[in-house]
Write a protein that binds this ligand. Structure first.
Ligand code: C2E
Ligand code: MG
Ligand code: MG
Length: 271
């Protein structure tokens, strides 16, 4: 209880002192291995604990409702970063994670619109990622809000797909553009036939519904080979690139423009 209260106080202070920042993890087209964009991932530069990873503070941000304000900042920052990269000549897409709490109110529409408008980012270059569990929480309201988000021209991806309890029938109800297959399905692929069968089925499901399939957390070459054999569309993972800070993202984009496909052996600075 004591620890929680301290953490909550720290989080409020972090918001005031602007201690949150974004890392950007590149995403790739698996058919030709070209980069397609970046996913914005929040970090907290804690004055004592150093850089704190999102799994350690997002749940409390959600519980306290602070996520609404933090999430608004993430959208603004990611859109503005994306717009400036695009203005610099890199045609990247930006993905932003949106939490359940943010989707509980119409404020999310104003937040997305505001971030797009102020940054000048092309709405089609923005994807919002929503976990499967979030989608299923409040189906009526969520599908109405997502339809409005879609009308803005923004893309929608289901994050951590396969870990929640969505029914296939519901998938058709939401304007979904991409399924991000959870890392747990990718890890250890090729060492087990059941895993392969599951991936095959998930990719075919995406194809049947004309939804892009995206593999999360690709770490091994054999996982990549298998995903390419199965014709999975896109992916991200430590095999290609870890989440990068802004200067490293710029270097990554520069290398891309110079036609150098980065590999994990180049060990870019990550956060
Ligand atoms: P996510 O959206 O599924 O993000 C992918 C996570 O997997 C990231 O962890 C990323 O660093 C990690 N990852 C990517 N490739 C690999 C890999 O090859 N191997 C392994 N082991 N991990 C990999 P991260 O940055 O710690 O983020 C964790 C989660 O926190 C995210 O999962 C997302 O649900 C949440 N999150 C991050 N940023 C935000 C945000 O701005 N808003 C909200 N609401 N949630 C966020
Ligand atoms: Mg995500
Ligand atoms: Mg995920």
């Amino acid at each position: 209880m004591q620890h929680r209260m301290e953490l909550e106080m720290d989080l409020r202070e972090a918001l005031e002192k602007d201690e949150f920042f974004l890392a950007y993890q590149p995403t790739f087209d698996l058919s030709d291995m070209t980069p397609t964009g970046v996913e914005a991932l929040i970090r907290w530069r804690h004055p004592v604990r150093g850089v704190v990873q999102p799994n350690d503070f997002i749940p409390l941000l959600e519980e306290t409702g602070l996520i609404t304000e933090v999430g608004r900042g993430v959208l603004r920052e990611a859109c503005s970063q994306g717009a400036s990269c695009r203005q610099a000549g890199y045609p990247i897409a930006i993905a932003v994670n949106v939490s359940a709490r943010q989707l509980d109110s119409d404020q999310i529409l104003a937040d997305i619109e505001g971030a797009l408008c102020d940054s000048g980012l092309d709405p089609e270059a923005l994807t919002i990622e929503i976990t499967e569990t979030t989608l299923m929480r409040n189906i009526e309201e969520t599908s109405r809000r997502l339809a409005q988000v879609k009308q803005l021209g923004v893309r929608i991806a289901i994050d951590d797909f396969g870990t929640g309890y969505s029914s296939i029938a519901h998938l058709q109800r939401f304007p979904v553009d991409a399924l991000k297959i959870d890392r747990s399905f990718i890890t250890g692929l090729a060492h087990n036939r059941e895993g392969e069968t599951l991936i095959h089925t998930l990719v075919q499901l995406g194809k049947a519904l004309s939804i892009e399939t995206f593999a999360e957390g690709i770490e091994q070459q054999h996982e990549l080979s298998l995903l390419r054999d199965e014709d999975c569309d896109s992916g991200q993972g430590f095999l290609f690139a870890r989440p990068l800070d802004v200067p490293a993202t710029e270097t990554f984009l520069q290398n891309w423009a110079d036609n150098i496909t980065p590999t994990s052996t180049q060990a870019p600075q990550h956060t």
